[in-house]
Design a protein around this ligand. Structure first.
Ligand SMILES: Cc1ncc(COP(=O)(O)O)c(C=O)c1O
Length: 496
């Protein structure tokens, strides 16, 4: 297919492909039912990467211009463009878009129909307590007056903060409602803390690897992100000391419990050491406890904040993994004067989180539904975690190693030397399976390559099918590289 690609222009390459294919469909040059060239072929013809063509096709599919079928290819839809009437804006705003646009790309590709996606660490919709929550919403609507529709407090609905303070007691934290700030999910919590505490050019320390949304958020604000290596107990104290001495960071961001992406939890001893080091250097810490209560093999480890006697730790959690991400509700626990600064940033950002959802969550928690919900989702995800570990054991090469997470959503697989997850990524997508390539979780290219596999969103049978496909791909790559080896998957020690 002859397309004119302007490589030096401002317009993203994939959008140029999208627009020109749309143009051909509109003009009738590509009639309904006609087959688009295979991704690899078009990429070769145009001298673009497969990822670019993948993204173009995914965009066309999302907007209803084409239909793609695993194994068969992509075809112009019967009523092309029915879903997407909006033309893309001809002038793109000068946003410093994320380097490889990793999060957006993972989401876009992984959400294609029929994809078995281990790419996103997302809660399973089957677990959403929609009926109970719906009843609670009805009640809130019928019992509330105009205050529900009026501006509310930036810090958050008082009833919700009361309930959150009680909930945090179960995490071992005694925090008064006055010390809480309700936020629009953990992502907004991270954003607010970064805006309050750091300026462009400042350094923030994170675990290496860390949450992808943090990596991308930092890139956007021009912040320097330094990854501190981990071991099986969490962030390494010696490496932390060195990083502090070298970089004079303004903040340490950590996910101590059921870390994303590795699944590792920081031991209590390591937490104490970390706090000791941070205390000596007056280094503030942002603790992200989004997966904390999702423990599958025993009680959840206590948060870092529990051991914080010096007021170093700003604690953050959200209901996106434990309950429903669409609620967009989370909470920050902090003390003045930092809390006041965080409230001010929240006010600039969106005044406050929506009254209706805040009040509904308050009522849901007050009715005591949440403890039962957590019990049932723990059992639900434990089964999926076990299924993924068993499938990995059956299908992955013997010299791949994997963490066995005691909670959270992620398995972290270290690939055998010589295998590269970006190479596998698009081939896996073409075979209907998505995963998150490990490099995305590091600010800089790691020495070894990894895959993050989230088990939360698929039933055990789909997990088995998806892992079998990935296993086949890995074996094919190994054969191609003449690197066949033998011992068992479990012979290896869990790694970072
Ligand atoms: C560690 C971590 N923090 C924050 C977030 C963002 O969560 P939310 O949906 O509450 O904004 C995620 C989502 O995947 C996450 O894994």
């Amino acid at each position: 297919m002859q397309l004119q690609i302007e490589r030096r222009g401002e317009r993203p390459l994939y959008l140029q492909v999208v627009e020109q294919i749309q143009e051909r469909i509109r003009s009738g040059a590509l009639p309904s039912g006609s087959r688009l060239p295979p991704i690899r072929q078009l990429a070769n013809e145009l001298g673009l990467t497969r990822l670019t063509i993948h993204n173009a096709y995914a965009e066309l599919q999302a907007d209803g211009w084409i239909e793609s079928f695993v194994g068969r290819g992509s075809f112009v839809a019967e009523r092309p463009g029915a879903k997407g009437q909006m033309r893309p804006s001809p002038v793109l705003p000068p946003v410093p878009l994320l380097q490889p646009g990793a999060l957006g790309e993972i989401m876009r590709l992984a959400q294609q129909p029929h994809m078995i996606s281990f790419a996103q660490a997302a809660a399973a919709p089957e677990t959403f307590p929609m009926h109970e929550f719906g009843r609670v919403v009805q009640q809130v609507l019928s019992e509330s007056g105009a205050e529900l529709y009026d501006y509310g407090l930036t810090q958050g609905d008082p009833q919700l903060r009361q309930q959150l303070s009680l909930y945090l007691l179960d995490r071992g934290l005694q925090i008064a409602p006055e010390q809480l700030l309700v936020v629009g999910g953990a992502q907004q919590g991270i954003d607010i803390v970064l805006r309050a505490l750091v300026s462009p050019g400042d350094t923030v320390l994170v675990e290496g690897p860390t949450y992808l949304g943090m990596v991308e958020r930092m890139q956007m604000q021009g912040l320097k992100l330094v990854a501190v290596p981990m071991d099986e107990q969490g962030i390494r104290p010696d490496a932390l000391e060195t990083a502090i001495a070298l970089h004079q960071p303004r903040l340490l961001y950590t996910i101590p419990t059921f870390h994303n992406p590795t699944g590792i939890s920081m031991s209590a001893a390591r937490q104490e050491t970390l706090l000791d080091i941070a205390g000596r250097h007056a280094l503030p810490i942002l603790e992200d406890d989004i997966y904390g209560p999702l423990a599958y093999d025993g009680p959840a480890p206590l948060p870092l904040k529990v051991h914080d006697t010096q007021g170093l730790v700003t604690y953050l959690t959200s209901f996106s993994k434990m309950l429903m991400p669409g609620l967009r509700l989370g909470v920050i626990a902090s003390a003045s004067p930092l809390l006041d600064a965080l409230v001010a940033v929240k006010r600039f950002s969106d005044m406050h989180s929506p009254q209706l959802t805040q009040r509904a969550l308050a009522e849901y928690l007050a009715r005591g539904h949440f403890a039962g919900h957590l019990r049932s989702v723990r059992a639900f995800y434990r089964e999926r975690r076990d299924a993924m570990i068993a499938s990995l054991q059956r299908h992955f090469p013997s010299d791949a190693t994997c963490t066995v997470p005691a909670g959270g959503f992620c398995c972290w697989v270290a690939l055998p030397p010589g295998l590269r997850s970006p190479d596998l990524y698009l081939t896996a997508i073409e075979r209907g399976v998505a995963f998150a390539p490990g490099q995305m979780f590091f600010p800089e290219q790691p020495a070894q390559d990894y895959m993050r596999l989230s088990f939360a969103a698929h039933a055990p049978e789909e997990i088995e099918r998806g892992i079998a496909t990935l296993g086949e791909l890995l074996h094919e790559q190994i054969v191609r590289r003449h690197r066949l080896r033998a011992p068992s998957f479990y012979d290896t020690v869990p790694m970072v």
